[in-house]
Design a protein around this ligand. Structure first.
Ligand code: FAD
Ligand code: SF4
Length: 493
């Protein structure tokens, strides 16, 4: 039973403090600091345990939020982590990185600040790791069935952990030199230190999951031949085909896709060398440069925080759309996830944001490198077309331009053809409501099937897909949970 007066006695939402900007931009450590136990208990106590907990629906994993809020309020972290792990394999990933659609759906959020659900989630799992409560859960018996999971992002890892625990023998193939997918080389160290991934991998290895890094399936090994060696295959290859900027000068030296730049930043953050596979002309840092980031989404913000830690001369982030509203508008009602003006930790650290900016050209420095970006101001109309504001053309100096324009589906790679997989018009791999692709016994999960999305969706899909694979392998209804369907969509505007 929740504290019926908690939201009255603690009316103010208090989140984890961020380290001071001048200190944190000098290192790569995480931005947020832990909160005092008293603060946590009071914040968890603001949860009203509503008759219909909309937060629970807002979370794709169906996390049992009111239950663990109350357990946290009472200080029963041992039971809280049991409840949290019952629906989420990796609460530390979501606790640190989720945009928290649950909080947008919190009933208290109708007329007060919502409960700090994400903070409570992260605090429970951190306490559990500290206390040694997170232990390997190997299966009691093996089924003799084998599964290849291709891709080690959150979707692949969640599917692999569920299937291993169900007794199947699972091998995860990853072409990068380290595991974790976009969480490893996309998400910057200051948002989530990579040691959090490493300790989960250790747990999974102890449970019996096997990992093969540095294997490009379809390149290093023929995908069809590899698939034939397994009873089932799970395609968890992400949606890593970047959108392009089609303007003159795109080919200039110094213009990089975000996912060409961020992995290098993550390597440098950990004092590791940039791999030999990165060509010399693409080995770039922001040091001493005027940097322009095109794209106002989360990937753009991650580029901003990374650039700011590399001592640039200036940083500007361009967005083609108008400045988002400060609060929910009439067409963004509760409990949807609203598109409002947000200040991420990176925005707090520096850089300028320019809205209604459309790039028209990248200017040559005379030696094949980029020297400047030419842009115009645009007006967006209700039908989402744009017109240029006359006389608004201007030039911004730029020796490094980063493209953070989103992704258009699964990368064009030989594996797709080798397995004869169907690709939809949206660039995602086609799958049915049982998570199977056009090739029987080959399943599609995470961004590869949904399009670029979120970690919470990837984990939810990984869990649900594992249930479908288990059923396929055993011929019996699975006891594994299936929190989402392939066609489930988030509550966003
Ligand atoms: C820069 C950036 C920051 C982000 N930050 C956040 C955030 O803060 N919060 C959030 O919720 N979401 C965030 N996202 C989105 C989130 O990371 C993705 O939605 C999520 O990682 C998708 O998981 P996935 O397992 O489907 O795929 P991915 O994480 O993309 O993993 C796919 C894996 O498959 C591997 N692979 C691909 N092809 C092959 C092959 N042929 N052989 C072997 N391996 C292969 C890839 O190397 C990769 O490791 C971010 C995305 C980006 C780009
Ligand atoms: S996973 Fe995300 S949506 Fe679910 S409870 Fe945690 S922060 Fe909220």
């Amino acid at each position: 039973m929740a504290d019926p007066r908690g939201f009255l006695t603690t009316p103010v939402r208090e989140n984890a403090p961020r380290r001071p900007v001048p200190v944190r931009i000098k290192d790569w450590r995480e931005v947020y600091e832990p909160v005092e136990p008293g603060v946590l208990s009071r914040q968890a106590g603001r949860c009203m345990d509503c008759g219909i907990p909309f937060c629970h629906n807002g979370c794709p994993l169906g996390n049992l939020i009111p239950e663990w809020n109350d357990l946290t309020r009472r200080g029963d972290f041992r039971e809280a982590i049991e409840q949290l792990h019952a629906t989420n394999n990796f609460p530390e990933f979501t606790g640190k990185l989720c945009p928290a659609p649950c909080e947008a759906a919190c009933v208290l959020g109708i007329n007060q600040d919502p409960v700090t659900i994400k903070l409570v989630e992260e605090s429970i799992i951190e306490r559990a790791w500290d206390e040694g409560w997170v232990q390997p859960l190997p299966p009691e018996r093996l089924t003799g069935k084998t599964v290849a999971v291709i891709g080690s992002g959150p979707a692949g890892l969640a599917a692999a952990q569920q299937l291993t625990r169900a007794g199947h023998t699972v091998a995860v193939y990853e072409r990068d030199d380290a595991l974790g997918g976009l969480m490893r080389y996309g998400v910057p160290e200051y948002k989530m230190e990579k040691r959090h991934i490493d300790r989960r991998i250790k747990q999974m290895e102890a449970e019996g999951t096997r990992f093969r890094t540095g294997v490009d399936v379809g390149g290093d090994v023929d995908a069809a031949r590899l698939a034939d060696r397994y009873d089932a295959v799970v395609m968890a290859v992400g949606a890593l085909q970047p959108r392009e900027l089609d303007v003159p000068g795109r080919q200039l030296h110094g213009v990089l896709q975000a996912m060409e730049f961020l992995p290098q930043g993550n390597k440098l953050a950990l004092g590791q060398p940039v791999p030999d596979s990165v060509p010399a002309e693409k080995r770039l840092t922001a040091e001493g440069k005027d940097v322009i980031i095109i794209g106002a989404g989360d990937t753009g913000a991650d580029c901003l925080g990374t650039v700011l830690r590399q001592n640039p001369r200036s940083v500007t982030q361009l967005a083609i759309g108008p400045t988002p509203p400060p609060d929910r508008t009439g067409n963004q009602p509760w409990p949807t996830y609203p598109l409002v003006f947000r200040t991420s930790s990176a925005h707090e650290e520096g850089g300028e944001r320019v809205y209604t900016a459309s790039t028209t050209e990248l200017v040559d420095d005379g030696q094949g490198g980029v020297a400047a970006l030419r842009m115009v101001e645009v007006v967006r109309h209700p039908d989402r077309t744009y017109t240029v504001v006359e006389g608004s053309e201007r030039e911004l100096p730029a020796q490094l331009v980063l493209l953070a324009l989103g992704f258009s589906g699964v990368e064009k790679m030989p594996m797709v053809e080798q397995l004869g997989l169907e690709v939809g018009r949206d660039g995602a791999l086609v799958r049915d409501e049982g998570w199977q692709s056009s090739r029987p016994g080959t399943f599609v999960v995470g961004d590869a099937g949904r399009g670029a999305s979120l970690i919470v969706w990837a984990i939810a899909e990984g869990r649900a897909c594992a249930a479908a694979v288990d059923e396929f392998l055993t011929g019996r209804p699975s006891t594994l949970p299936a929190p989402v369907t392939p066609s489930a969509r988030p509550l966003v505007v």
